[in-house]
Design a protein around this ligand. Structure first.
Ligand SMILES: Cc1ncc(COP(=O)(O)O)c(C=O)c1O
Length: 461
């Protein structure tokens, strides 16, 4: 209700108490999306507190996406985050309404200007393909020219290959084949939030293993294997959020740990999520080079060729893939053959190949530019690959508030963590396209935010 007497509902007059009272009013529906909050000055007078106290509460509410400051138009209540999103995605989707006014480095989507252009590829596909690309519902879900390209570039000999609707779809379908309710899965910590939600939804117990600059830590994996998991989920390169990539040596070490576990009777499958695919600068290393019968390797084309192709390739043992494909025949059946043809075109056309190579170089250059600028501000980070940077901060919510005030949005670190401290935020580079001045502005904002701590006046709810 616009114009309501908000002060009447506030007992605890600390920033935390004020923010909590407002968020209760939003949850109960007494304050609705679009309602304007009182001005900082007016509420400070009503509550007999300093304007900084109210302002701290407003900043904390903005940081979690409940309200948005619209300058002279005041601070307004935002629509609720989408109820159809799984829990960790919801946590990451803070303040979506205000994206226009900030530099949004919170979403992991690729820079649309770096994707290969679809127009010429669509025209070529339309000119050369018959109108109906599916002659039988019983044909292989993977078209033959795409299979040939995948075989030629797969990092190990995979007895079966197919394509599904993105990397998360591939992980979900593979986990369904390998595990059951109550089963155990080794996950990276930090890891990709939707995959953690997926494990929770499937009723799987997650066993977190730390990640260092070369990916999953072998000693952590050895410990985790004692609880007899059915699957080990890892990202082989351009890890989200840390940017870590397996070296050939680390892949060998992890495979050795799994092999010695095999000797004791355990035999989990490894699911590799190469979500950055061709925009990663690190080599396409896979544990499948050592354990070809236990590794399901996934390569997404979302970052390199566009999330709307919705295509990820999956390769691995026939025993897993045949069941996965058979199960999928009782649902979508196959990934659009038109889109598969489009992907084949984009994987063979010179201009499209150039565009993807250029994208890879550009993300690499953005990583280096930001890391170098951060070093000038006294923050030294490990070199990262892909489109994410994992920034250590003294206090996550203080950092988010500071960055929001500086017009920069990043993702909170909390949804990525299974265990351990919440002491990072994730910075994605898809939208960091503005050149050196923008990089400097962002580095300055990140470095300032990294050291920020909440004072008594700005502690969030
Ligand atoms: C680690 C990881 N896996 C999977 C995905 C999603 O990939 P896809 O679009 O192929 O489902 C992402 C997207 O950012 C990711 O970071």
């Amino acid at each position: 209700m616009a114009g309501m007497d908000v002060a009447r509902h506030i007992q605890d007059r600390t920033p935390r108490g004020i923010a909590a009272a407002i968020s209760r009013l939003v949850r109960s529906g007494e304050l609705r999306p679009g309602d304007r909050l009182p001005t900082v000055r007016a509420l400070a007078v009503d509550l007999q507190v300093s304007p900084a106290t109210v302002s701290g509460a407003w900043q904390a509410l903005a940081a979690v996406g409940l309200v948005e400051s619209r300058g002279r138009a005041g601070t307004v209540v935002l629509p609720e985050p989408a109820a159809w999103l799984p829990p960790r995605y919801r946590e990451m989707q803070t303040g979506a309404e205000s994206r226009r006014e900030v530099l949004d480095l919170s979403t992991g989507t690729p820079d649309p200007t770096l994707l290969p252009p679809l127009g010429p590829a669509l025209a070529r596909v339309a000119a050369h393909s018959p109108a109906a690309t599916t002659e039988s519902y019983l044909g292989s879900p993977l078209i033959e020219p795409l299979e040939r390209l995948l075989r030629a570039s797969w990092p190990f000999h995979a007895p079966r290959l197919t394509v599904v609707d993105g990397a998360v779809d591939a992980i979900s379908r593979t986990l369904e084949q390998l595990t059951g309710f109550g089963g155990r899965v080794v996950v990276e910590d930090p890891g990709f939030p939707p995959v953690l939600d997926l494990c929770d939804q499937l009723g799987l117990e997650r066993i977190p293993v730390p990640v260092d600059r070369y990916g999953m830590v072998p000693a952590g994996l050895a410990r985790a294997l004692r609880s007899d998991p059915q699957a080990v989920l890892l990202q082989p390169r351009a890890h989200n959020p840390t940017g870590a990539s397996l070296t050939a040596a680390r892949a060998r070490e992890l495979a050795a740990v799994l092999r010695s576990h095999r000797a004791t009777g355990g035999d989990p499958h490894v699911i590799e999520d190469d979500h950055c695919g061709q925009i990663a600068s690190s080599p396409d290393v896979s544990l499948g080079q050592h354990l070809p019968d236990r590794v399901v390797h996934i390569r997404s084309y979302s970052k390199s060729h566009g999330p709307d192709l919705r295509i990820a390739a999956v390769g691995g043992p026939a025993a897993v893939l045949d069941r996965l494909i058979a199960r999928r025949m009782l649902g979508p059946g196959w990934t659009s053959r038109l889109l598969q043809r489009l992907l084949v075109d984009l994987l063979t056309d010179g201009d499209a190949l150039d565009a993807v190579a250029q994208a890879r170089r550009t993300y690499y250059a953005r990583q280096r530019a930001l890391v170098t600028a951060l070093a000038r501000h006294g923050l030294t980070l490990e070199p990262a690959d892909g489109i994410n940077l994992w920034l250590p901060v003294a206090d996550e919510s203080a950092a988010l508030v500071r960055l929001a005030a500086a017009g920069v949005r990043v993702a909170p670190g909390r949804p990525f963590r299974s265990a351990g401290a919440v002491d990072h935020v994730r910075v994605s580079l898809g939208a960091l396209s503005g050149g050196p001045a923008e990089v400097e502005r962002v580095a300055h904002a990140l470095a300032t935010a990294a050291g920020a701590r909440h004072t008594a006046d700005t502690r969030p709810a």
